[in-house]
Each structure stands twice: as structure tokens, then as C-alpha cells.
Design a protein around this ligand. Sequence first.
Ligand code: FAD
Ligand code: NA7
Length: 488
Amino acid sequence: DSTKYQYDLVVIGGGSGGLAAAKEAVELGAKVAVFDYVTPSPRGSKWGLGGTCVNVGCIPKKLMHQAALLGEAIHEAAAFGWQIPGEPKSIINDWDSLKNAVQNHIKSVNWVTRVELRNKNVDYINGNGYFKDNHTVVGVMKNGDEKVVTADKIIIAVGGRPRYPDIPGALEYGITSDDIFSLDHAPGKTLIVGAGYIGLECAGFLNGLGYDATIMVRSIVLRGFDQQMANLVAEEMEQRGVHFIYQAKPKAVKKQDDGRLMVHWVDKNGEMHQDIYDTILFAIGREALTVQLKPENAGVQILQENKKIFAENEQTNVSNIFAVGDVLHKRPELTPVAIHAGKLLARRLFGNSVEQMDYTNVATTVFSPLEYGCVGMGEEDAITHYGKENIEVYHAFYKPTEFFIPQKNMSHCYVKVIALNNADERIVGMHFIGPHAGEVIQGFSAAIKCKLTFPILKSTVGIHPTSAEEFTRVFITKSSGMDPTPQS
Ligand code: FAD
Ligand code: NA7
């Protein structure tokens, strides 16, 4: 009997997934409350409603990436005949303007989100939620007061926060992606620890903005992604001036008298090294915020290994408690994934829908200086899954038209299509390195959902002159051993 509870649905976490579920549920007639609370980073950074993506993720990241691309474009413009008055100053001289512009945009999004919740009659509670039992959530407000609410159904959408390594000085002197976009001073010479996509993206835009950026790689670059593509992305970054320290782990961070940071690290032979940086940014992965929820009070199980929640069809082991977004075990940590799963879940809970979230073939893009977009399997995964003899890999390096006049490096512009070599030649992976990779790969991900085959791709007429059309032109197979570099 749902009438015995104050709410039909309480959502803990007002980020991408939680807000999507809450908004969809009220549209379907449910009475809904959302708890959202941001615990300040060890460095003291805090932000408003809307979660990681809006405040410290996708949005500020894309804006800083764009700032870096514009710096590149100013220099290219001269080659096309633009008269640039004086030498353009780099952002090094004016980090504040960039940071303020980005933060002002974020604040406007926070505001719009709040108004939207009010207009839709979602009760927003700015409290840190935890379970009292499987129908009761307590929110600890900023002043320490507790607000207790009961609900028929509860969705956990608390996302995660950056991890720090357990080494002296890391917490004290290091920053993470939670701090970089609102840093009150220019980052200067920066060491980025971690070579996942967040590490690469941060290093990429910092280098593009004119800062000295170094990435410390523990093992490989972009684990989980196609490794040929990952290495091309890293090579391009290296050519643009990003430094890489491979097979190394930080051991200690110490603050010097002049305020700069001395970082000690160990290489694969066990030898110690050190260097001085202005900023050290850890991008070594994220930890789900589930322990703070006191899940044991509700009987919700979390995995020991990574504190994530295993939830078949977003339902936890407790039948009235659900989970979406980054807290889910083995699901892509991406905003549109959290949003889509949240919406579909709300429709199943309150709208008689039976549609389940499909987590396969979700496209993604790494916003490295030369972007990398992909959908489906990487080459290694395709080989593991289907066997090398059952796939065909088509590939080509290509030359974007707009790269010629400014004589930009095109040696890493590359496309790869992985198809089965059986009768229908279904495509199981598409990979693209080049400008606007996200824009390029999005449409192809719809085609893959429609079970795109290699013959259909070949019969697709390209749009000239674009980089995306290179996908319709690939014909060289890796197995043929033919040279994939353009002959003209
Ligand atoms: P979140 O958006 O993290 O929201 C969770 C919310 O719950 C937060 O506001 C949190 O403070 C709050 N909360 C936590 N615990 C409690 C509690 N106990 N009580 C109340 N509130 C609580 N994804 C992309 O798709 N594209 C990108 O380009 C991209 N770039 C990224 C760049 C960076 C630097 C980072 C860090 C992430 C990026 N992501 C990107 C990932 C994306 O941000 C996440 O996948 C997405 O935000 C997950 O949504 P969520 O709803 O699971 O959690
Ligand atoms: P990822 O993708 O989990 O990458 C973490 C990176 O940090 C990866 O290169 C790791 O190397 C490295 N790592 C992990 N632990 C350490 C320690 N202790 N020391 C040095 N290096 C380490 O995390 P991101 O932060 O980039 O992104 C997290 C998610 O958020 C991501 O999936 C996005 O979807 C959004 P490894 O390969 O393990 O050797």
C-alpha cells in the first residue's frame, strides 16, 4: 500500500540519472523528492545542483577543450589570410577569464535546473541522504538538522567522486577533476597522474591552453579502449607537446618553501625520480558514493571490490530500491547512459512500460586534442569475442581538407571499421580519430543499432568534403597487409 508513505519516489542524488528519473516520474503522476548534496572536495571545491556532468565533468571539460581548440584555430586562421592583430596572448595570462566564463555558465545551468524542479513540483532537498530502513531516507542538512522522508520506491543515483592514491601529500597537495575547472589560480606546470580518459582530456586541454602538461601512466593508455586507437591518440598528444612518463607510479608529494610541489615517483625498474610541478592532478578513477548511504540499514548489498551496486534491470537486491548511473557495476560511466536508464526506469515504475535499458553499443568520445570517437567493440575485444578468423578489420589514414592550408599534422587521422566476415558482414565496431569525433560517431551509432552491415556502409554515399565520409570509403583490410596511408 503506497499511500502509507509520504512519497511515491525518493531519489538520492540529483545528477544526470537521478534528475532524469525524478522528472519522468512526476510527469507520470508520481509524488517525488530528490536529495542532492555536494560534500566539498578535500581542496574545498563545492558546487550546486545537477551532479558531476554539469558541475565538474562533461560540461566544463568540453568548454575548456573548446578554449584549447580556439587557440589552435587562431594560429591556423593566419594561414587562411586572417590578419591577427598582434600576437594572440595565451590563456596563461588570463586563466581567470576562462575559469569565470566556465563557472558562470555552470551557475546558470544550476539555476535553470532548480527552477525546472520547482515548476515540475519535484521536492528538492539539499541534504546528504542515508538509509534508515528500506522505505526511509534521512537527509543531513548543511546546519546539521535531519530531514526524514518515507517513500514507496527509492532510487540510488549518487554517482562517484575521484579517488586519491594512498601516498604522502596526495590529499594535502593534490587536486582532481573536482577542482581544476574552478581553480582560483592558473595551474602552471601540471603533472596528471592516470591515463584514463579524464587524465588524457585534462592534459590535452591544459597543453592546448599553453601549460606544461605531463601524464604519468601506470600501465597502458586508455584501458578498455581499442589499444591501437589509444596509442594514436597518445602519440598525437606527445607531438603536440604533452609529456608522458610511462610505467611509473607516484610515491610522495612534498611542498617546497617556494610553494611548488616536489613529486617523487618510481619507474618500472624500481628507480626513484623526482620533478617539480605547480599542480598535481590525480585522475586515477572514481569511487562510488555508496558507503555513506548506510546501505546496510536498508539491506542493499554493495560489491566489496569497488563499492558499486550490481542491479539487474536497475533493481537492487531489495525489491523497492533501484539504482542508476555511475553507481552501477560494469555499466558505462556516461551521462546519457545515466539519463536514459533513469527515464526508462521511471516509465517502468510509474508508466506501465516494460522497456529495458540497452547498455550495448553506446557510443563515446574522448575529447583529446585530436578527438577519438567510437561505438561497439575495439579490435582486441572483437578478437576475443568472435575469434580473429571471424572478423575483418577495414582501416585508413585520411587527410582532412581543412588541415592542408595550415599544414596541420594529419598523421594520426585514422578510421577503423570492424565487421564479421560471415554472410551478412555485420559491423561490430567503428573507430574514428579526427576533428569533431563525437559529431561524426553519433549518427553511426544509430546505424549500428539498426544492425549496419559492411555492404550497407559501402553503399552509403558520403558527404564531401568531410572527415565522416572516410567511413564510407574504407576498403583496405588489415589482413591484406596493404598500406592504409592515403596515396594522394
Ligand atoms: P552524478 O552526476 O555524479 O550525480 C550524483 C549526485 O548525487 C551528485 O550531485 C552528488 O553530489 C550527489 N550525492 C552523492 N551522495 C549523495 C547523498 N548521500 N545524498 C545526497 N546527494 C548525494 N560523461 C559523458 O557522457 N561525456 C563526457 O564528456 C564526460 N566527461 C566527464 C568528465 C569528467 C571530468 C568527469 C568526472 C566525468 C565525465 N563524464 C562524462 C561522466 C559523467 O559525468 C557521469 O557519468 C554522470 O554524471 C553520472 O551521473 P550520475 O547520475 O550517476 O551521478
Ligand atoms: P579510469 O578510466 O578508471 O582510469 C584511471 C587511470 O588511472 C588508469 O590509467 C589507471 O591505470 C590509472 N590508475 C589507477 N590507479 C592508479 C594509481 N594508484 N596510481 C597511478 N595510476 C593509477 O578513470 P578516469 O578517472 O579517467 O575516469 C573514470 C570514469 O569517469 C571513466 O570511466 C569515465 O567514464 C568517467 P591502469 O590502466 O589501471 O594501470
